[in-house]
Design a protein around this ligand. Structure first.
Ligand code: URA
Length: 444
């Protein structure tokens, strides 16, 4: 088999066989296919797309390029959850304990934040002492005992994806729906759960800016998961406004705790109830209505908060910050961002809000950057709110005063004011399963 022929075949829009796809992934990882040939192939995929059979074959081979986690020693149904990433998206910290409180096992490997998006591992590491790096035995033991464990992705999970992603990043082939689907799903399949819930974000702070593309991505991923024998579903949720009111690592843990106490912001609470209910549904806990009721119940009776607390203790974290989030280490500087005009807040460019938080120290520009756990933004006004000039729009937190200026400039650029009240924002657009796309159009 020659890589040249496979590039030509894809360029001419012919379908590659499973054997051919397996060859190109295997040989690329082994270092026998040079980057320039793989780049040409990726660009051909960018323009020609891939068939369902090709995407499944590529995902399976990329998953098998490293460790395939075997969760069979954990009793019960294991359900994973994946978000395509956003700003203020602390849902894993809330939804995983909610599902665990209902008896679903959650053995989750999460990522770090990069660019304008946050990552669950960074948020958890803002809890003093919390270990996101457990060995296999420790990880399984925590899931068996508590019902959930969240750790960082192991170095050998889908190494083919790591190599391909680095190449896509420098060859303008990241934003290809089949390649994103392969990338995400290879890691999810390698992680070994029985069920997978996908939270596909859509809007100005998301990878996919339009609803149409978000649905297409969700459909591709659901088809791959189902083809690999997984129970799988996707919700399409909004990232046109930051989720909740807090952006930044320890700030987001605090908001997760507030939400688990039943005192969280309405948008975040609603999204979390639907995500958790979908995980319960995938675990066979009942019809969706029943699952929604069960999920809501874990916030009312405190059982989900209890699960988070136990997980933090089991992974070496200082659980007192969960029982009393006021004890979290605080940023030394705070600046109030004051509205200069009166009117409705008509839109928030969510990517810019994420960048503003990153500029305060909450995010990292490169994989090597150090982040400041206490930095970030507390929003007092969001899209749809009426604002009087002089009112506080947001509080900024940072460890160095000099960081405020650029972050404030960026944040102000994100905001659009209008005399007219904007249309009500949709929070959850649709549910995508193997059979269908159901419009939900749930608003705050
Ligand atoms: N997230 C991933 O893991 N891979 C992509 O290609 C895009 C987003």
């Amino acid at each position: 088999m020659r890589m040249y022929d496979l590039i030509k075949k894809k360029r001419n829009n012919e379908e590659l066989s499973e054997e051919e796809i397996r060859f190109l992934i295997r040989e690329y990882v082994a270092g026998n296919i040079p980057d320039y040939q793989m780049s040409a192939f990726l660009m051909a995929v960018y323009f020609q797309g891939m068939t369902e059979a090709e995407t499944l074959a590529m995902t399976m081979e990329a998953a098998r390029s490293g460790d395939m986690v075997d969760l069979s020693s954990i009793e019960g149904i294991k359900v994973d959850k994946h978000s395509t990433g956003g700003v203020g998206d602390k849902t894993t910290l809330i939804v995983a304990p909610m599902a665990a409180a209902c008896g679903v096992k959650v053995a989750k490997m999460s990522g770090r934040g990069l660019g304008h998006t946050g990552g669950t591992v960074d948020k958890l590491e803002s809890i003093p002492g919390f270990r996101t790096s457990l060995n296999r035995e420790e990880f399984f033991a925590v899931v068996n005992k508590i019902g959930l464990s969240v750790i960082g992705q192991s170095g050998n999970l889908a190494p083919a994806d790591k190599k391909l992603y680095a190449l896509r990043d420098v060859t303008a082939t990241v934003d290809s729906i089949p390649l994103i689907a392969v990338s995400i799903m290879s890691k999810k399949l390698a992680a070994g759960s029985d069920g997978i819930l996908l939270d596909v974000k859509t809007g100005s702070g998301a990878f996919m800016k339009t609803l149409e593309d978000s649905v297409l991505l969700a459909q591709e991923m659901v088809k791959i998961g189902a083809g690999a024998g997984k129970r799988i579903m996707a919700l399409i949720t909004s990232m046109d406004i930051p989720l909740g009111n807090k952006i930044g690592n320890s700030l987001e843990v605090i908001e997760a705790v507030e939400t688990l106490r039943g005192e969280g912001p309405e948008d975040l609470t609603k999204v979390c109830i639907h995500l958790a209910a979908s995980m319960l549904y995938l675990a066979g806990k009942g019809e969706m209505e029943e699952c929604l009721r069960l999920a809501e119940g874990t916030l009312k009776d405190g059982s989900a908060l209890n699960c988070l607390q136990k997980m933090v203790e089991a992974q070496g974290g200082d659980a007192s910050v969960i029982s009393d989030p006021e004890t979290f280490p605080k940023a030394p500087y705070m600046r109030k961002i004051i509205a200069c005009e009166t009117g409705y807040l008509a839109a928030m460019d969510t990517e810019l809000c994420g960048i503003a938080s990153s500029l305060l120290g909450a995010g990292r520009e490169t994989k090597e950057s150090e982040i400041d756990f206490s930095a970030g933004i507390v929003l007092h006004k969001k899209t749809g709110d009426y604002v009087e000039a002089g009112e506080v729009l947001a509080d900024f937190y940072a460890s160095e005063e000099k960081l405020f200026e650029e972050a404030e400039k960026c944040y102000r650029q994100a905001l659009t004011f209008s005399e007219q009240k904007p249309e009500v924002q949709t929070l959850i657009y649709a549910r995508v399963s193997e059979e269908k796309v159901e419009r939900m159009d749930i608003i705050v």
